[in-house]
Structure formats: structure tokens, C-alpha cells
Design a protein. Sequence first.
Length: 318
Amino acid sequence: MAEKDSAFRRMLGDKELFLRFARRYLRRDIPDVDPKDVVLENTTFIPEDLREKRSDVVYRIRRGGLEAYVYILIEHQSRVDFLMPWRMLSYMVKLWERCVQEAGSAARRKDFLLPPIVPVVFYEGEDSWTAARRFAEKVRDSHTFRGYVPEFEYRLVSLRDEDTDDLMADPDALSGLLYVARPLKSEGLDEVVERVRHLLSVFPDDEALLLARHIHGYFSAYAVREGVDMDAFPEEFSDREEVDRMLTYIEKEIRRLKTEGREEGREEGREAGQFEMGIAVALAMLENGEPEEKILLYTGFTPEQLAEIREGRLRGTE
């Protein structure tokens, strides 16, 4: 899953795609800002031992007198983490600690205020997300101790809950990437290839290039599950033609794997027929009173298999 995990972080680390992500999922939380108001912070608050399961992206937004942060935790693992409210709070505190350190002596002034943080969990797993979203729900008797328990909730963006028709209703590079990355799809890989090829054909050049720059990681993770080797392709494409070459390669590999699968099925069928014929021969020889050594020599069975045939426990399956 490393390719896909890296692809999500690259996607959300692209300022243009992040702004579209924010407009799609965070419209009620942050204003519609310009690219010049947004800065990607080169930092992570994920402990090293957890980085295989999750990664994070941090943006600072400054617009006039507004300063706020968007903290996106990308949850890679398929199982739901029920400690998520606590984890999000701990990462938010680390971000505030950094703000205090950056403020230096100004942080000790009475008028110093910490910036707001919009916490987001971007979940890519197949299971339904059932963890609490409000921190207070994770604290015993929080209603009794209201006023002493932090009160916040994180925004959840669950990729499994995205509907293909909704994603494709007004398609752009972001919706195309989310469609390919969506974990539960009724379409096969060949159908996904055709849909992406169509998007590339109808997108204007700048939109097609944005999709091309990020599509490899998602297709790589998807194709590898289907047995398609993607090592020959670069991590980032620069035009439609390069992506089309990858899509054509995937289509050819799908056809090859299907053909090999049919051949393997026929070979397995032949082997099963030979095995059943051997059982029939062994039974006939047993009925004729042939010695065991001769039966083993003629059929190739082991003494244990012959014993099972004699007892009627081996019938057409190994």
C-alpha cells in the first residue's frame, strides 16, 4: 500500500488539489481562500512507529486578520482506530506547541491567542467508520464533568462512502483521483481504465496535466492487487500521452492475465481428470485383488492415499 499512501499525501500536498478538497468537504469550516493565502507546512506530527498506518498534511491559512490551520490525518489502515479523538487532540496540541515556540516571547503576552485548527480525518479503508468523532464521547462521564473536558470534533471524509455518480457529476482532476482511489467499486480495473481515458480526452490541457501528475500512485496500488507490474512507469506523468501508454499497458496485462488464468484453469481441469481416472484404476485393481505395491506403481498414489481410496474417503479431490 505504500504507493497509494504516498499518492494521497502528494495529492493533498498539491495546493490546487487541496483547495478543491477544501471547497468540496470543508466549505462550512473555512472560507473560500485564494492560493496565495495558503501555505503547505513542511512538517509531520505522526510518531515514526505509526507512519505505515497514517500520514498527515498541514496547511496554514492567512487572509487579512485570519490565521488558521487545517490538519488532515490520512488514515491508511483498513481497521477503524477507536482512539482517533485522542490521537487528533494530541496532534493538534503538538501543532499549537509549535505555534507557541514560533511566537517566542510574544506567546507570554496576555493578548496572545492560539490559532484555530480544523481537524480532518481522511479515511481510505473499506470498513465503515464507527469511531467517535467528538472528543467528549471518548471520556467517561464527560457530561458530568462538562467544562473540564475538551469539546471538539473532527471532520471525517470517508472515501468508501463516496458515490461514483456523485464524484463524476461534475468531474475534475480531484474527483477523478478520488474515483480511482475509492476502495469499494463495482467496476473492474478495465472499466476504471476506460473511465480515466475518457476523462483525459474531455479535460482541458491544464486539468488533464493535473490528473496526469498524480494518477500513477493510485493505479499502481490498484493494478498491483490485480497482478499487474507497474515498476516500468515513472511516479509522475507530464502529459496525456504518457498516461495513455500506461493505460494501454494495463489493458494488455489484464488480457494476458485472463488468458493465463483460463490456461491454468484448463490445466487444473486436466489434472483433476487424471486424478479421478487414477482413483478409478486403483478401485478396479483393488477389486481384482492386485497387490498394493503394483497399484502404487501403476497409479502413482502414496500408501496413505491408497488407504483413503480403499476406505472410500478419497473421491475425486486430493
